[in-house]
Design a protein around this ligand. Structure first.
Ligand SMILES: [Fe+2]
Length: 696
């Protein structure tokens, strides 16, 4: 167990734009009172903190000269134990320049464990807002860990009423009920302008804020050419970020939102990324807009990595490990790369022949943090080392990826005990993965590290910050024999597209007696909960871990998208929804929990005989789905149990301002700590407010 090693940190930071390290110590005299603001500087993105350690924290801000000058700016950083700044422990002047976009990352050590601190920055006579943060408890301290888990905050698709709700509730809560930190699971920004449309599929149509202003993503400084109008593209005319200036522009825009800014000023964030910090459904350095097998975008990946590093406070280089398995994370270091097509999967899917590997190595973000004895947070990077999704060929009538084909392609050359078929059985299509390695989400190096951490951790709970869900989301379409469609997956970008590695990791947990693993996840834009079973197709699926999938803050939720997509096909539309007494019913939840036939019969018979068709084998372990939801998750871990709450807010397209969006429902779950040889169980949902369909 090591604390932050400041000397090696300083060495590592030498020459790293915008990054500094200081040691806290009580100051001889209180800092002078604030003088008059002179209006020469401002802090338009506020302040933030990240990655709390028992004795350290990363502080963040960005300053700009009001006259737009791009010169160096002297910035004073102050940290105090009290909000009146009379108990100052850090008072330092640092210089930030254009090379970090005038962002500051300040790694502070020498702090006391389990303590709230206040911080602020000043340039000339102008002060930032005050931030509040806290350190982690000592590694051997007992006590709960309380956090929110959050993802997917498209700026143009809705407002941040969920953040405002969380803030208002936390400010009103008793101190021992307040959350300690925010676990951010990805899609902090979306890399697109114009990914928003009206009922007639016209885009972009900007939402209107309460003050009448438009919630608009302005044109990028650079930006791609407008996307073409094609059958698959629901967003003709949209553009995407292509340069460092574009990604910086997005972070600045997103952080201009007062609710998000207030959240970053109140809680430390512990962050990983998902796809949209770079590109939709990305893998390694490839984007997938016009070719699902991936287009090269090495230089864009480097730009996205740099902007994330500049705007998201995270302790990477020097992050202390709570056990014998070292953290390998490191800060961003620029590398010049060329965009070149994928040359082949290589041994481990990480293409070694182009600048792919070089671009990925500019930063490493997977790491662990410890919250006392109770929790170890293990953050993985599910994008940088990932193999391309095993997309089956287009087959007549089969719009969604068939499970059996995904399984075959995912196994690559290991399929059929090492004798993979040349053709995909039952089709006239070649097996494009016949000679490929097995699919991987984590890549071999990260996977080995992840397994070592799971084995080494003696925390009561292992909280896996896992940007993509592992719960099965399968559609048993073969139960509708008249359609001639095979059982399919809702998508293959997540773990459902990587079934062999998914099973490998869960089997590893079982075989090594690793218990009390809770996967906290996002990306899919709906709430779900359940146990993770090793093989969903097994006769007796074995649960070995637990997952809570939190929906997005503001990104469009699943149900309306599925409802829209299924219009014009009466069977699929009936599976998705039917008209209830107060609007469309989220029958899709039932399809996920009990199978498509159950959902169809429910639609067509008003539920009189639907239960007779209940298919418990469709998605083993899946306990809860709220497919029409925006909001967030809250989790409290005590020594003996975890309590999770999935919060669904009212329509996020309405600007509720700082008072926050009303809550439609909360769904509460309890998991008791389990021992080797025992199976985890998820108790719940217990609702407040209107229960989700079909849980009434
Ligand atoms: Fe998302």
């Amino acid at each position: 167990m090591r604390e932050i090693d400041r000397r090696s940190l300083l060495k590592a930071f030498a020459g790293l734009a915008g990054t500094f390290a200081v040691t806290a110590q009580a100051q001889a005299a209180a800092a002078p009172a604030r003088g008059m603001a002179d209006g020469n500087f401002r802090f338009p993105q506020g302040v933030a903190s990240g990655d709390p350690q028992p004795h350290g924290i990363v502080l963040w801000t960005r300053v700009e000269a009001t006259d737009g000058a791009q010169t160096a700016i002297a910035l004073r950083a102050q940290v105090s134990k009290t909000p009146d700044f009379k108990s100052i422990v850090v008072d330092q002047v640092l210089t930030v320049k254009e090379d970090s976009d005038h962002t500051l990352r300040l790694v502070v050590d020498g702090l006391d464990p389990d303590t709230i601190y206040f911080y602020r920055f000043a340039a000339g006579g102008d002060y930032s807002r005050m931030g509040r943060t806290r350190t982690a408890p000592a590694h051997d301290a007992e006590g709960p860990a309380k956090f929110a888990f959050v993802s997917c905050q498209s700026y143009e698709q809705a407002f941040y009423g969920a953040w405002a709700r969380m803030l208002a509730d936390d400010l009103g809560a008793a101190e021992d009920e307040q959350i300690d930190f925010v676990l951010f699971l990805g899609d902090f920004i979306y890399e697109v302008r114009g990914d928003r449309w009206d009922a007639n599929m016209q885009n972009p149509t900007w939402l209107k804020a309460a003050d009448g202003s438009l919630r608009e993503v302005p044109p990028f400084p650079n930006g791609s050419p407008p996307w073409p109008s094609t059958a698959w593209n629901k967003n003709p005319g949209a553009t995407n970020a292509v340069s460092l200036a574009d990604y910086r522009f997005l972070y600045k825009l997103y952080l201009s939102d007062p609710n998000l800014q207030a959240a970053r000023a109140r809680w430390p964030f512990v962050s990983t990324w998902d796809d949209h910090e770079f590109s939709n459904d990305c893998w390694q350095t490839h984007d997938t807009y016009f070719d699902p097998s991936g287009r090269p975008a090495q230089s864009r990946r480097v730009a996205a990595n740099q902007a994330w590093f500049e705007y998201i406070p995270a302790l990477l280089t020097g992050a202390p490990s709570p056990h014998t398995v070292e953290n390998q994370a490191h800060d961003f270091k620029f590398a010049a790369v060329k965009d070149a097509p994928f040359s082949g999967p290589g041994q481990d899917w990480i293409d070694p022949d182009t600048d792919n590997r070089t671009a990925l190595e500019t930063i490493k973000i997977y790491r662990t943090l410890r919250w006392g004895k109770t929790v170890e947070i293990i953050l993985t990077d599910n994008r940088s080392y990932k193999s391309p999704p095993p997309k089956p060929p287009k087959i007549e009538g089969q719009a969604l990826p068939a499970i059996e084909m995904v399984k075959l392609l995912d196994l690559g050359r290991e399929a059929n005990s090492g004798k993979p078929p040349a053709m995909i059985p039952g089709t006239d299509q070649p097996n494009t993965r016949q000679t490929s390695p097995r699919g991987s989400m984590l890549g071999p190096t990260q996977k080995a590290w992840f397994k070592q951490v799971l084995s080494a951790s003696d925390a009561r709970w292992k909280i896996w910050a896992n940007s993509l869900p592992m719960l099965p989301f399968r559609l048993d379409l073969s139960s509708l024999p008249f359609t001639g469609i095979k059982d399919s997956l809702l998508g293959i970008d997540g773990w459902n597209g990587y079934p062999s590695e998914r099973a490998e990791l869960l089997r590893y947990m079982r075989d090594n007696g690793i218990t009390n693993v809770v996967s906290c996840t996002g990306d899919h834009h709906f709430h779900a909960a359940g146990t993770l079973v090793i093989d969903p197709d097994a006769e007796k699926p074995e649960p070995v871990a637990v997952e809570f999938l939190g929906t997005g803050i503001s990104s469009e939720t699943l149900f309306p998208a599925v409802e829209r997509a299924s219009r014009g096909n009466s069977v699929f539309h009936s599976i998705c929804t039917f008209q209830g007494s107060d609007g469309l019913v989220e029958n899709w939840n039932l399809a996920m929990l009990a199978g498509t036939m159950t959902a169809l019969v429910r639609s067509w018979t008003w539920g009189f005989i639907a239960d007779a068709f209940w298919n418990a084998a469709v998605n083993p372990g899946l306990k809860y789905v709220d497919s029409n939801s925006n909001g967030y998750g809250l989790l409290r871990a005590d020594a003996g149990r975890v309590q999770a709450r999935l919060v669904t807010i009212a329509n996020p397209a309405i600007d509720y301002g700082p008072k926050g969006a009303p809550i439609v429902r909360t769904a509460d779950f309890t998991v008791r700590a389990w021992k080797k040889g025992e199976a985890p169980q998820v108790y719940g949902p217990v609702f407040t407010g209107k229960p989700a369909f079909p849980f009434e």
